[in-house]
Design a protein around this ligand. Structure first.
Ligand SMILES: [Zn+2]
Ligand SMILES: [Zn+2]
Length: 146
């Protein structure tokens, strides 16, 4: 982790909290900072371990409650894998790829189903206005391990 990633006043994360009407606290920023690192969604436990490097006084229960609140406020997305919730920043729409061997959940940059939005489906005449997509398979390192 470089110096810049350690910085607790990332303006993007402060703006995210403010938009949801949340008071900006060092604990909340540490949790969001942990969520913002890397492309993978992480379990509550993993986010806590990461966030603790920024705020030593952060408890697992606080992380759990904060994640639930941020999810309810639409700031955090939640994907289930093997019965474990994985969390990521919901700063914009993401589709996900989920590795069935190691359980890694990754947010994709590209949106595969975006072109379907606004389209009326043939047969049912259903108008598509949004979507959620989780693709299952094997990540690069699990393919190599086969
Ligand atoms: Zn894998
Ligand atoms: Zn999409």
């Amino acid at each position: 982790m470089n110096e810049k990633n350690c910085h607790l006043t990332d303006p993007r994360l402060v703006a995210l909290l403010r938009r949801a009407g949340w008071r900006v606290t060092p604990q909340r920023l540490a949790i969001l900072q942990a969520l913002a690192m890397g492309r993978h969604l992480a379990s509550c436990q993993a986010i806590w371990e990461q966030a603790q490097r920024l705020r030593r006084d952060l408890g697992l229960v606080t992380v759990y409650r904060t994640l639930a609140g941020l999810h309810a406020a639409g700031l955090v997305e939640q994907v289930e894998m093997n019965g474990t919730a994985h969390f990521g920043l919901a700063d914009r729409h993401h589709d996900h790829v989920i590795c069935q061997r190691c359980g890694a959940v990754e947010a994709m940059d590209a949106c595969l189903l975006g072109p379907l939005e606004g389209v009326r489906l043939a047969g049912s005449d259903f108008l598509v206005t949004g979507h959620r997509l989780d693709l299952f398979g094997l990540c690069r390192s699990c393919q190599d391990a086969r």
